[in-house]
Design a protein around this ligand. Sequence first.
Ligand code: DAK
Length: 257
Amino acid sequence: MEYILVREQYEPAVALIQLNRPKELNALNTQLMQELRDTLQQLDKNDSVRVVIITGNEQAFAAGADIKQMSDKSAIDMLVIDQFSTWDQIRRIKKPIIAAVSGFALGGGCELAMMCDMIIASETAKFGQPEIKIGVMPGAGGTQRLTKAIGKAKAMELILTGRFITAEEAQAYGLVNKVVPVEMYLYEAAQLAKEIAQMSPIAAQLAKEAVNRSFETHLDEGLSFERKNFYLTFASEDQKEGMRAFVERRKPDFKGK
Ligand code: DAK
């Protein structure tokens, strides 16, 4: 791996992926995205990992897709390169993913953060979809996910002006879960990850899938999908253990079975 660093047991059952192109503010080139996809797919299959954190560095989560790599491409070049398949594969990761964001989360960087399940931000984080300033528009879900997250008026403003919002604004609009001082954002993300890692990984996976369905389908279909996955949790030993532990007033010991 050239552009990402991986710590498989950053905390017990919590893996950390660090985007690592600091000189380019973690601009997401094709290779970085492929490395990220491959790593996430491996961690998804690794039973000793239950939650993944994706982070950058203090200066940048990611300042967008690599503009230098894209700048001279034609529409057909972009079609043939088909970067969407990599992004789609990342979207299908089953384990919970937390983005720990400091500094710039712009364009594809903001879209990557929004593809994660939750965002913990440092006070210095800046979010935006500035693609319009370079003559394009969001291409990896920004028009959809930002609109669902913060509503039409604000999403339209950010996407049509390319303005950035601060971490505090992002929290007020519902884009991020929590804002903390810069020395704390990774710690805070790890605390959240550790809490989730104690839950049944089966229930967590099914619940993540069902929450995501609410974005992707109409309510009727989402509810029936949620119901089916809810029933399916009852096929797991973890459901028995979890409910039994509650009744017996002790901590559950989830085995992922
Ligand atoms: N791409 C390539 N290099 C970048 C970059 C980017 N997005 N952002 C920054 N860099 C590089 C700079 O070129 C500079 O490199 P050198 O010139 O030193 O070699 C270095 O990082 C430091 O940047 P600055 O010198 O500009 O630093 P400043 O602090 O002055 O400014 C900034 C920071 C973040 C405001 C500025 O760098 C900036 O505006 N960056 C571009 C932000 C942006 O427009 N982002 C959106 C890019 S378009 C797709 C999936 C996704 C996408 C498209 C398709 N498919 C699946 C098909 C997404 C598209 C985008 O994200």
